[in-house]
Design a protein around this ligand. Structure first.
Ligand code: GLU
Length: 289
C-alpha cells in the first residue's frame, strides 16, 4: 500500500509556527516516501470554526510551500474533505460502536463533553471520567437521543505502539485515560471518533501529529480495535515552546504564520529552520514506503 499522509488543520484561528512545523514534517514524510498528502478541514467545532480561517490556512500552507493532492479546495476520490460535510459517515460509526456494546449513554454535563469536539492539546485533555453514568453490567443499551455517548475503556488494558519518532509507547486504559466521549448530545461526533472515521475512510497509512496527542492516539487505537480496522502508523512530532517553555497555541499571535510573513520571514527560512534538528532531537528519519 503506498504512503498516504494527512494535514488536518482546524479553522479556529491562524496557524502558528508549531502547526507549521508539524505540517512541514508531515509533508516531508509523504514526499520522502513518494506518497500522497491529503488536506482535511477539521471544522466540527461549530462555536469556533470560521470560514475565513479555512481560507487563511489554505493560503498560509501554500505560502509555506506545502502541496497536497486531495483536499477541500482540490477535491479527490475520498471526499468530502471537510468534516462538517461527513456527518453521516460518523453516525454510521456511532451505530456500529453502539451495536457492538462499546458505548454507554452519559447524562453528565461536564466540561470534557463540551470540549470533546476538538483535539485535546496537553492541559486541555479530558480528566479521567469518574464513572458516574458507567453501567455496572454489560447490558445492551437501547438508542437514546439527547445524551452523550462514551466509549467504555477496558480498565487495565495495555495499549502499545511504536511511534515513528518517539519509539515504543505504552498506555494503560483506565489509568492514563478513562471512558471518553465519542458523541455529544447536540448530535456532533467527538474529535476522537471523527478522526478515526476519516483516517480510515481516507486510507491514511501514517498519521503525523503533535506529541500532545499521544494519549489521543491510544484512545483511537481502542476505536480501531473495536471497529476491527487495522490502524495506521503514527509519528508524533515534538512540540515547539515559547521562550518560557509554554507550548505554542493560537494565542501566540506574534508567532502566527501571517505575522511572521508580515514581519518579513520567508518560507525558505522557515523550512530551513524546520529541517534543522533542535538540541536533543533526531533528524527526520526516512518513513517506510
Ligand atoms: N485538527 C486537529 C488539530 O488541529 C488535528 C489533530 C490530529 O492531527 O489528529 O489539533
Amino acid at each position: 500500500m503506498s504512503y498516504r499522509g494527512r494535514l488536518a488543520p482546524s479553522p479556529t484561528g491562524y496557524l502558528h509556527l508549531g502547526h507549521a512545523r508539524t505540517f512541514w514534517t508531515a509533508s516531508q514524510r509523504a514526499r520522502q516516501a513518494g506518497g500522497t498528502l491529503i488536506l482535511r478541514n477539521e471544522d466540527l467545532d461549530r462555536d469556533r470554526a470560521r470560514p475565513e480561517f479555512v481560507a487563511a490556512f489554505l493560503e498560509d500552507l501554500r505560502w509555506l510551500g506545502l502541496e497536497w493532492t486531495e483536499g477541500p479546495d482540490v477535491g479527490g476520490p475520498f471526499g468530502p474533505y471537510s468534516q462538517s460535510e461527513r456527518l453521516s459517515s460518523y453516525r454510521e460509526i456511532l451505530e456500529r460502536l453502539r451495536a457492538g456494546g462499546w458505548l454507554f449513554p452519559c447524562q453528565c454535563s461536564r466540561k470534557d463533553i463540551q470540549n470533546a469536539v476538538r483535539a485535546p492539546h496537553a492541559a486541555d485533555d479530558e480528566p479521567i471520567y469518574p464513572g458516574t453514568c458507567r453501567p455496572r453490567t454489560g447490558i445492551q443499551i437501547e438508542h437514546q437521543s439527547r445524551v452523550n455517548w462514551r466509549f467504555r475503556v477496558p480498565d487495565g488494558a495495555v495499549i502499545e505502539f511504536v511511534d515513528g519518532h518517539f519509539g515504543p509507547q505504552r498506555f494503560v486504559a483506565g489509568r492514563d485515560f478513562g471512558d471518553f466521549v465519542v458523541w455529544r448530545h447536540d448530535d456532533l461526533p467527538s474529535y476522537q471518533l471523527a478522526c478515526v472515521a476519516d483516517d480510515a475512510a481516507m486510507r491514511i497509512t501514517e498519521v503525523v501529529r503533535g506529541a500532545d496527542l499521544l494519549v489521543s492516539t491510544a484512545r483511537q487505537l481502542l476505536l480501531y480495535q473495536a471497529l476491527g480496522w487495522p490502524p495506521p502508523r503514527f509519528y508524533h512530532a515534538p512540540l515547539l515552546a515559547d521562550e518560557h517553555g509554554v507550548r505554542l497555541a493560537k494565542r501566540h499571535a506574534a508567532l502566527s504564520l501571517r505575522a511572521l510573513r508580515n514581519a518579513g520571514r520567508t518560507p525558505e527560512s522557515l523550512r530551513t529552520e524546520f529541517s534543522t534538528p533542535r538540541p536533543g532531537e533526531l533528524p527526520l528519519p526516512t518513513p517506510p514506503a
